[in-house]
Design a protein around this ligand. Structure first.
Ligand SMILES: [Zn+2]
Length: 745
């Protein structure tokens, strides 16, 4: 160890890093590996002493596997004792009471943290972090791998802690007043702060510092974070969900006190408050939650209320609000009855603006939801997720519904039965087709509008198939006959993929027929047919018509019944390439589903060339996504879900970086923008065919398919995370929800 060059140069290299990264938040991931290597230790934690709460909290630590640890400054824990005694402590085998007693007869070791981390602390070296004699926190090194921590280690650790204390004294120790840190991080002149009234509301001061002193908001937030000694949450990116379980606090209580309870992706509780130093409020919250295990964070009232569903009208669709105001003004003037046409035109513009906004956001669906004694909610599905966009005052609801019904040729008078229709509108010389469905609810007629894609086919290389999948798929669709199935739930991008395939094989020497419902994408030279089951024009009927119309390639929108499936298979056996879809979860499951329908296994396995299962996952906003080093838990997650036997394919190294969402203007602070496909491509091989003949189980089919090179949806999602397309939360969605437990996993 003594010859370790990193150890010899540790203080010097730390000094460089500290200069490079002026905040400990940014510095930690860079200094941590240096320190661990120099000491030959496994874990490093830096505890901060929080003056408002009179405790220690682990804010910077190796891995992210357990919640923030909060410790009393007492003999109840080793770090707590070090903070109390303000002297270094070294313990080998803290499970041994004698070793603890040697330090202090009441000293205890918190074994529960080892259990939570699934590891065992063998030895520990803990030193106080001080600046000019004032305790700021504690640095804890755990599990020296060779031998035990010795005198030389303790000396070096003291030097490291001195350096950290000096460099990050404000961040660790906090500041006396909310904005003091600005003098350090934003060069604010000392006299500015002294002129600010101590009673001024924080949000007023922020405004004043921003407009008069030109201080960027981010700096101001940093200063507040240092003052409160908790992280600042500026916006609520998608990694957080509102915590709803076991919450006894009413929404009005939360609003009144500016508190929002969130869960992060690992289901850990985060309490966000405007007054994180208000101990009595915090105790109320803890009592209601029944736990003190949570991460405390700070945010501003505006953001908190926005997250609680208040005042977000300002941000979106201000145009719509203006039109609504316009209508209201007319009604207040008492002329509304005489001026119906004018009022109607405002309603018409209101509806057009909703449609334009949907197009601007690339929404797939618009929901006009009537509510009981409340304004009508306008919601839109963007990238697969519904969000509230705006509200329309209750009194205008019927007028809006009537306007949409007129536009789509529906019966205005019929309000008790559901109706279907269509409307078209034009944006930038592009005709957008919208399917309209009205549904009578108990509080009024609701409307759901489906915005049809209306775009050109995507080139096959753009659908983000992994190289091995793209190569295999191109081979399959160049076959003169056979059946290829694209499977997945509604909204998994099947139509986009099928049209990409058709675009790839759409050459002058082929006649291609398609039967679709609806026809969303049109392509030159394809003959596309809209089926209409209402008049008996079904997929099966279209298919029979196509067979008399000299086809090479046939697309059948969906094979949901035995008749259509059998006819599709027959067609492929008689020399045509047939493409179709099925609502199944995975490629292997598709085979068993078809056989369950009563399809002949011999015919099917002879006809089938391949099955492509797919899903869409959200892609990270390329403007703001950030890289980070995955935690141990995340690495374990990758191992588990990719499967140890395939792991070599990922070529993971300790340097492997992942990406995570941040949020910016480009992505409406969500951190995500757009979606991409993940795929599972099963190739029909002779071995697999033999299994299908025999009527083998899902498990056996999957095993063989994977031996033949198939990779699961989850594995493909992991590949896309490593590529930087998406983040781990999206893999969790693929691997968990949506895959029914009838697979063998
Ligand atoms: Zn962004």
């Amino acid at each position: 160890m003594f010859n370790c060059p990193i150890r010899a140069g540790l203080i010097e290299s730390l000094q460089t890093k500290v200069q490079q990264y002026p905040t400990i938040d940014n510095a930690f991931e860079h200094v941590e590996p240096l320190i661990l290597e120099a000491f030959g230790a496994q874990r490093l934690s830096i505890f901060q002493r929080r003056s408002h709460h009179k405790d220690l909290v682990s804010r910077y630590k190796t891995g992210n596997d357990i919640r923030e640890i909060k410790l009393a400054i007492s003999t109840q824990s080793i770090a707590g004792y070090v903070a109390m005694a303000q002297q270094a402590v070294r313990i080998n085998n803290p499970y041994n009471e004698k070793a603890l007693n040697k330090v202090h007869n009441k000293l205890r070791f918190e074994q529960k943290f080892d259990r939570l981390r699934h590891l065992r602390t063998d030895n520990i070296l803990c030193v106080p972090i001080k600046y000019k004699g004032v305790l700021l926190g504690v640095m804890e090194l755990m599990n020296k791998e060779v031998d035990e921590f010795d005198d030389a280690d303790e000396d070096l650790a003291s030097k490291v802690s001195e350096l950290i204390g000096e460099a990050y004294r404000y961040e660790l120790g906090g500041t006396a007043r909310p904005f003091d840190y600005l003098e350090y991080n934003a060069g604010l002149a000392t006299d500015v702060l002294s002129k600010i009234s101590i009673n001024a509301a924080i949000s007023d001061v922020i405004h004043q510092l921003g407009t008069e002193q030109g201080i960027p908001e981010a700096r101001i937030h940093e200063a507040l974070s240092v003052y409160f000694q908790v992280p600042f949450i500026d916006y609520f990116p998608n990694e957080y969900q509102l915590a709803q379980r076991n919450v006894k606090l009413s929404k009005s209580y939360l609003k009144r006190n500016h508190i929002v309870l969130l869960k992060d992706t690992l289901d850990r509780l985060v309490v966000v408050m405007y007054e994180p130093n208000n101990t009595s409020l915090l105790m109320e919250v803890e009592n209601a939650l029944g736990t003190d295990e949570y991460q405390l964070a700070f945010s501003l009232p505006k953001q908190i209320l926005q997250y609680l569903g208040e005042s977000n009208k300002q941000t979106a669709l201000s145009k719509i609000d203006k039109i609504i105001d316009e209508i209201d003004v007319k009604e207040e003037n008492g002329k509304s009855n005489e001026l119906v046409p004018e009022g109607e035109s405002a309603i018409a513009r209101l509806v057009s603006n909703v449609l334009f906004e949907a197009k601007r956001l690339s929404a797939s669906d618009i929901h006009i939801d009537p509510e009981y004694k409340r304004p009508t909610l306008v919601r839109m599905r963007v990238d697969g997720v519904v969000r509230d966009i705006n509200e329309i005052p209750e009194i205008h609801h019927n007028a809006v519904v009537a306007r949409i019904k007129i536009m789509s040729g529906l019966n205005i008078a019929e309000k008790r039965l559901p109706q279907d229709g269509k409307l078209t509108f034009t944006v930038a010389q592009q005709n957008i087709e919208v399917r309209v469905a009205t549904i009578p609810t108990v509080v009024g007629e609701g409307i759901v509008l489906r915005v049809l894609a209306g775009h050109d086919a995507m080139p096959i290389e753009k659908i983000n198939l992994a190289k091995h999948n793209l190569d295999a798929l191109e081979k399959m669709v160049m076959m003169p006959h056979g059946i290829l199935l694209v499977v997945g739930p509604t909204g998994s991008g099947k139509t986009t993929t099928l049209h990409a395939i058709l675009g790839y094989i759409n050459t002058p020497d082929k006649k291609i027929w398609t039967a679709e419902d609806p026809v969303e994408i049109t392509q030159y030279r394809l003959q596309q047919v809209q089926v209409n089951p209402k008049i008996g024009f079904t997929f099966a009927k279209a298919l029979r018509a196509f067979l008399r119309a000299d086809p090479d390639v046939i697309l059948i929108g969906e094979m949901r019944d035995k008749e259509t499936a059998s006819a599709g298979i027959e067609a492929s056996l008689t020399g045509h390439l047939v493409l179709s879809t099925l609502h199944t979860n995975s490629a292997p499951e598709t085979i068993t589903r078809l056989l369950d329908l009563g399809i002949d296994p011999v015919n099917f396995s002879d006809a089938c060339v391949g099955i492509l299962a797919q899903r869409l996952i959200r892609t990270l906003c390329s403007n703001c996504k950030e890289t980070y080093t995955p935690t141990e838990t995340e690495m374990a997650f990758l191992h588990r879900h990719y499967g140890e036997e395939y792991l070599d394919e990922l070529a993971l190294t300790p340097q492997t970086q992942l990406f995570r969402p941040k949020g910016c203007k480009d992505c409406d602070s969500t951190g995500y923008k757009g979606r991409t496909g993940v795929h599972e491509l099963l190739t029909m091989t002779p071995d697999l065919r033999a299994l299908v003949y025999k009527g083998s189980s899902n498990t056996e089919i999957k095993k063989q398919a994977m031996q033949d090179g198939m990779r699961t949806l989850t594995q493909d999602a992991i590949l896309k995370v490593l590529k930087g397309d998406s983040d781990l939360a999206q893999v969790q969605i693929i691997s968990g929800a949506g895959i029914k437990p009838n697979s063998n996993e």
